[in-house]
Design a protein around this ligand. Structure first.
Ligand code: PLP
Length: 377
């Protein structure tokens, strides 16, 4: 089936008990046993819940994987993913990752004896150089946040396979509508469903998608042992959101492309970061592995002072963290989403104090451009 058909139907056929077209929200925590140990596959809702199962099946189909497991947030999912690492192991991570992912590897996992090297994964030789005898995992974001750098997923997957490493890809920015890392050879895909999959800025969640039975055993064990599961209500809300993912992504993409073109020609802007622009350094890789360029744009102005003035003047773009909702947001990564990364590391990676990040919503394009026009005046 096509993507939109799957997003609406995969994982659920009307409930034979009631013929309900929309899946019920199973709030129950426990399940009646006909006899000791005799049940219908559900015992306790942390271990298994029918609404969560429908969601997991749906997302597995969309992301072209055998299994999906849902967690209480994107970071809970990434934490579960890092359970492939044990004390003494080493990970290689994109240097331009989501701030919370950086914090998890750099400030939390170190206390468990897990070391991480952060490298610019847009260049394969950087990854090759970082590989150590105890390396187990390569974790990348493509495009990265907030600089929208693209790494060649297939090339990295080939390297990972030849060195017996696992490759996980954070696909939050692209969603399965625009990019399927498993089809490019990645082992694990992770999403913060808080963003585009949720799409309405009203739910927190995360999901892992993968093919290996062995990983399923591991991650299912972690999901149940740590207990950071997605609530039945949030599973249901996410299922509802996913039904419109394709139409939302088309509009995010169309609006963002027009705004990127507008920004490139603006004299007060030094630099625009958007993979859909031909001037983007990895535009050809983006074209090869993505079916669209998404709704995230960053741009650089002269300095922090000017950035602050611009940020204050927006009327329609809302100053807030997060992204991927139907409404347009603007943020200042250096002082907001990426403040947990030390300034010297930020600057080294190209994340300057003059950088402004936009999450382009699905409003009318004229209104968005008018707001940018007046804010930059
Ligand atoms: C937001 C985000 C996360 C973390 O997800 P939460 O749901 O906030 O825990 C991870 N990766 C990326 C790319 C994100 O944008």
């Amino acid at each position: 089936m096509g993507f939109s058909t799957d997003s609406i139907h995969a994982g659920y056929t009307p409930d034979p008990a009631t013929n309900a077209v929309i899946p019920p929200i199973h709030l129950t925590t426990t399940y009646y046993q006909d006899d000791i140990g005799k049940h219908k596959g559900y015992v306790y809702s942390r271990s298994g819940n029918p609404t969560r199962d429908i969601l997991q099946k749906n997302i597995a189909v969309l992301e072209k994987g055998k299994y999906a497991l849902a967690f209480s947030s994107g970071l809970a999912a990434i934490h579960a993913l890092t359970s492939v690492l044990k004390a003494g192991d080493h990970a290689i991570v994109s240097n331009d990752v989501y701030g919370g992912t950086f914090r998890l590897f750099e400030k939390f996992l170190v206390d468990y004896g897990i070391k991480t090297t952060f490298v610019d994964t847009t260049r394969i030789e950087n990854i090759e150089k970082a590989i150590q005898p105890n390396s187990k995992l390569i974790h990348i974001e493509s495009p990265t946040n907030p600089l929208l750098a693209i790494s060649d997923i297939q090339e990295i997957a080939n390297l990972a396979k030849s060195k017996n490493l696992l490759l996980s890809v954070d696909n939050t920015f692209m969603t399965p509508y625009f990019q399927n890392p498993l089809l490019l050879g990645a082992d694990i895909v992770v999403h913060s469903t808080t963003k585009y999959l949720g799409g309405h800025s009203d739910l927190l969640g995360g999901v892992l998608i993968f093919n290996s039975d062995e990983l399923y055993e591991r991650f299912k064990f972690v999901q149940n042992s740590i207990g950071a599961v997605l609530s039945p209500f949030d599973c249901w809300l996410l299922l509802r959101s996913i039904k419109t993912l394709a139409v939302r992504m088309e509009r995010h993409n169309k609006n963002a492309m027009e705004i990127a073109k507008y920004l490139v020609n603006h004299q007060k802007i030094k630099k625009v970061f958007y993979p859909g622009l031909e001037s983007h350094p990895q535009h050809s890789i983006a074209r090869k592995q993505m079916r669209g360029f998404g709704g995230m744009i960053s741009f650089e102005v002269e300095n922090f002072e000017f950035a602050k003035t611009v940020l204050k003047k927006f009327k329609l773009f809302t100053l807030a963290e997060s992204l991927g909702g139907v409404e347009s947001l603007v943020c200042h990564p250096a002082s907001m989403t990426h403040a947990s990364i030390p300034k010297e590391i930020r600057e080294k990676n190209g994340l300057t104090d003059g950088l402004i990040r936009l999450s382009i919503g699905i409003e009318d394009i004229e209104d968005l451009i008018n707001d940018l026009e007046q804010a930059l005046k």
